[in-house]
Design a protein around this ligand. Structure first.
Ligand code: HEM
Length: 145
């Protein structure tokens, strides 16, 4: 993976700081997601206790930690979820926005603590994830744009 050790460290500590500063970031992440992609809100209508939302964010962050570390399952999970999500109405174009929404949300939570190096590290991670998504979308003939 193209991320340096220092960049991995910056991403990890930014996630840990968000938990310290904001507690569970889930409400903020989904508020931002639904502001950007209002048509996705109805997919969560049955999720009255927010548990599916919370679980999905946790899985996505676990993927980030796996990509920063052992890289043992995240590319495969992202690839299979891309196909699953397409099946229940989340097109690849929208699926690909989730990690960026997380990044933008975390940057807002951390305010002045979010510096240029942290931003560059997250951008490198997002580029990596976009690559995984693109590869899978091409393989299965899904439109990404
Ligand atoms: C904007 C993009 C996304 C939207 C709108 C979305 C939407 C959803 C919805 C509606 C569910 C509930 C499905 C159901 O139970 O019927 C779900 C579940 C799930 N999503 Fe996403 N998703 C997105 C991106 C992602 C990404 C990037 C990942 C990568 C890890 C992911 C992983 C999961 C997992 C693991 C579940 C199962 C969680 C559970 O039901 O407990 N999703 N997603």
């Amino acid at each position: 993976m193209s991320l340096s050790e220092e960049q991995k460290q910056l991403i990890e500590s930014s996630i840990e700081r968000v938990a310290e500063v904001a507690g569970d970031p889930s409400p903020l992440v989904y508020e931002r997601l639904f502001a950007e992609q209002p048509e996705m809100k109805e997919l969560f209508l049955l999720d009255r206790d927010d548990s599916a939302k919370g679980h999905m964010l946790m899985e996505a962050l676990d993927c980030v930690f796996d990509l920063l570390g052992p890289r043992s399952y995240a590319p495969t999970l992202i690839q299979s979820e891309l196909t699953n999500h397409d099946g229940f109405g989340v097109p690849p174009r929208v699926f690909a926005t989730f990690f960026r929404v997380v990044k933008d949300c975390f940057a807002e939570v951390l305010g002045g603590e979010w510096n240029a190096e942290t931003d560059a590290a997250w951008n490198a991670l997002l580029a990596e994830i976009d690559g995984v998504i693109l590869q899978q979308a091409e393989k299965y003939g899904m439109a990404v744009n």
